[in-house]
Each structure stands twice: as C-alpha cells, then as structure tokens.
Design a binder for this molecule. Structure first.
Ligand code: ATP
Ligand code: MG
Length: 420
C-alpha cells in the first residue's frame, strides 16, 4: 500500500478537525507530488465540515482563520503564520460558460469532491495516516505517466476549457502523455479556449513553456496552442521546427523568466508567426491580446524582432548589441539563434564565450562605464548642451570598437581631435 509522509503541522491540523468529528484529508497536488517524489508546494486540505464549522473548530483551538474564499468553501488557517487552505467538499453546479460553475454545493462525501477534479493524478486524497485514497486509477496513471480526465474528457473540457491547457501543462512539466480520449478531446474542444480569460491562458502558457518536455506538446498539440493564442495554426513544418528548438538546453545562470520569455519568443518566431515579416510587431500584438505583463511583452517582441536580424560577427559587434539591448537579452538571442538553427552549436558556443569574456573583463558597454563623464567634458571646455550626449555616445562607439582605450586622457584627446 502506498503511503504518504504527511508533515507534522498538517497532521496536527487534521487531528484538530477530527477531534471535532469532521472528516479531513490532504488532496490534489500534494498527494500527486508526494507519490512522484517531487517537491511539494502546498498542502491543501479538504473536509466534510461546512466553512463555518471549520472556522469555529480552529478558533476553538486558538488558531486564526481568514475567510479567503468562504463562498466556495475555502478557509485559510494560519499555523505559525503560515497559511494552509482547507476547503469544504464540493460539487460543482452546471457549467454554462465553459469557465466556471454557475454555483457550488457543499457535500459531506469525499467521492463527490474527488470526482469534480480535472485529472486522475490530481483526484487523489490521503488521510492523516498517509493512506492514499484513489478512486479513479490515479496511481496507475502516475506509474504509466498519463494525463487522463476524471470522467468523459469532452464533457470535462466543455465544463471548463482551461483544463485543456492544464492537461498540456502537466504533461509538459512531468513528461507525461495524454491518454487517447483525453488527447482527442483536447484537440476537438480547443475552440472553447476563446471563452477563457487571456490572463488565465497566459498563466498556463507560462507553466507549459518552461516545462522540461514542452517540445513534445508543441509538436503534437500545435493546433491547441494556436487556439490558445487566438490564431490560425499555419503549417506543421514550422511548428515542428519550433518544437525542435525546445531541445536547446537552458543556460545554467538564467532566471525562470528569462527561460520562459526566450521559449515564448521561439514559439512565436518559428511556430506561430513562422518567420514572416514584421514579427516583432505581431509578437507585441499577441502579448497585448494575452494581457501579459509589460516586461514580458517588451522582451518577447524585442527577441522576435532581433532574432531575424543579422548576427554579430565580431566582438565589437557583440558589444554593440549588448549596449543596445542589455546582456540578458543578448544571451537570449544567442539561445534563439541556436534553437532556431540560424547558427551551429559551435558558433553559438563561440558567441556565448565572447559574451562571457566581455562581462568578465568588464568591457565598456554603456556610457556609465566610460572613464569620463559629462562633468569632465565640461571641465575640458565643452559647453553644456546636447553635444555632451553626442560626444559621450561617440566615445562609447569608439571604445567598443577599440579605436580608443577607455582611459581618461586618451578619451579627452580623442574628443578634442574629433569635435574641435
Ligand atoms: P500545481 O503544482 O500546479 O499547483 P495543483 O495540482 O496543486 O498543481 P492547482 O491549480 O493548485 O493544481 O489546483 C489544486 C487542485 O484543484 C488540483 O490538483 C485539482 O484537483 C483541482 N483543480 C484545479 N483546477 C481545476 C479545474 N480547472 N478543474 C478541475 N479541478 C481543478
Ligand atoms: Mg497547487
């Protein structure tokens, strides 16, 4: 019998509920990730108690509660200031808009709560003793690496179309495959994604894109991704090319955001927009439609625009790009050129090595790094005004091209020769 190690604090909370005569278990992601041996983000509890009863029980035990989503049954309990959510067993009412149930009803039966959950691997619970409650074959699907809807996949996606993207996201992150009927339904019901709010789509896309196995999802389910982006799917070859780019490894020192935006740029550049002209502008429009945050929008459109430009061939040209777009964006561009097969892995490695050297040496790639500033120029007799900026920019170019060393005297002489 599989057995889950429930953390001490969660066990204590469960004890409190049980002592008041309520049924309580851990449910969803924490059970799934425990069985997979993966790190667990949150322990979510569910209970037969009504939200008011939950509040009362914890209040009597001297714990603070917050009625976070009381209408939907969720109460947050603070345990040593750490929040734990506990939700009353629910049955979702009818779905008429493919988004949210029209109403929710509380129930005293765990089976009913589990059967409203999206996938078998997410529909398992466990008690205080760590015994797994698995009514839909979730453990078998975990062992066979399968995403399978609880119940009829078409109905489940008709109820809530966001589940379509959740299926792809879990598969992309866990290296799972979609069970046959679930896979068919994902494709058939993809049109309903237009009913889902852009913010929720973007949030699922972010999770999917950074998944270790996202490439397979892009290859197999590009019509679904196109529907999520609100565009026509275009040709299979482009999407296959994009999916191959997902094999390019993530550089060690990148943030999650850098990796996610680079992959999204790759998906748009090679797949969704398949290298057509005006890519940067079209990428920006797609980001606006998805209501992404501003930083992601600017970065993704910059990357799509610049991916199609001439490559830097020399160290000075590389410095120029780093000065124009910043080191992080240039590192992402090198990734894109490699992933998009614009350069060989060897050429990409050369560019990356140069980029590292530029940063390690502290080469000047910004006006702020010049050995002279506006003040020194004025002391040297140049009057205040826009010319100060021009001269500094001219100096930066000359330093990056190595026509003058980044040293005070040399720069001032160079400026005197050039501008007087
Ligand atoms: P993650 O690690 O991504 O947080 P999770 O399984 O905890 O994974 P959540 O989105 O936090 O996912 O949802 C918690 C649980 O609620 C899920 O495991 C699932 O049982 C259920 N659930 C969430 N969203 C839906 C949905 N749209 N339809 C049905 N059940 C859902
Ligand atoms: Mg979760």
């Amino acid at each position: 019998m599989p057995f889950i190690e429930v953390p001490e604090k969660i066990q204590r909370m469960m004890e409190i509920m049980e002592a008041s005569g309520h049924e309580v278990c851990a449910v969803g992601g924490c059970v799934r990730d425990s069985l997979l041996g993966r790190p667990i983000h949150d322990w979510d509890l569910c209970t037969s108690a009504q939200p008011g009863e939950t509040e009362e029980t914890f209040a009597q035990a001297g714990l603070e509660t917050i009625p976070t989503g009381k209408k939907h049954g969720t109460v947050t309990v603070l345990w040593n200031k750490e929040p734990v959510e506990i939700t009353t067993y629910r049955i979702d009412g009818a779905y008429t808009d493919s988004r949210r149930p029209d109403s929710v009803t509380f129930t005293r039966r765990l089976e009913e709560d589990l059967s409203r959950r999206d996938f078998t691997i997410n529909a398992m619970a466990c008690g205080r003793d760590g015994q797994v409650i698995d009514l839909f074959g979730g453990q078998r699907d975990l062992a066979e690496k399968r995403i399978r809807c609880v119940g009829d996949p078409r109905l489940r996606f008709e109820e809530d179309a966001l589940r379509i993207l959740r299926a792809l996201r879990f598969a992309a992150r866990l290296d799972f495959r979609l069970e046959e009927k679930t896979a068919e339904a994902v494709t058939e019901e993809r049109g309903r994604l237009s009913l889902i709010s852009p913010e929720r789509i973007w949030s699922e896309l972010c999770g999917l894109l950074s998944g270790g196995y996202a490439g397979a999802m892009v290859r197999e389910f590009y019509p679904v991704l196109s529907a999520a982006l609100g565009i026509e799917p275009g040709d299979r070859e482009s999407w296959t090319a994009a999916s191959e780019g997902f094999e390019t490894p993530r550089p060690d020192d990148w943030s999650d955001w850098a990796f996610m935006t680079a992959r999204f740029a790759l998906l748009l550049w090679k797949g969704a927009l398949s290298g057509g002209s005006g890519g940067g502008e079209r990428a920006r429009e797609l980001c606006v439609a998805l209501r992404t945050d501003k930083a992601s929008r600017s970065r993704v459109s910059l990357l799509v625009e610049q991916a199609a430009e001439q490559l830097p061939q020399t160290t000075p040209q590389l410095r120029r790009r780093m000065a124009d777009f910043g080191p992080e964006a240039v590192s992402q561009l090198i990734f894109l050129w490699e992933a998009g097969r614009v350069v060989t892995p060897e050429a990409a490695a050369w560019l990356r090595a140069q980029e590292k050297e530029i940063l390690r040496r502290g080469d000047c790639i910004g006006i702020g790094q010049l050995a002279v500033g506006g003040k020194e120029l004025q002391e040297a007799g140049i009057s205040a005004g826009p010319q100060v900026g021009w001269i500094l920019r001219g100096m930066l170019d000359a330093v990056m091209e190595e026509t003058v060393p980044n040293e005070r005297e040399a720069l001032l002489q160079w400026a005197a020769r050039k501008y007087q």
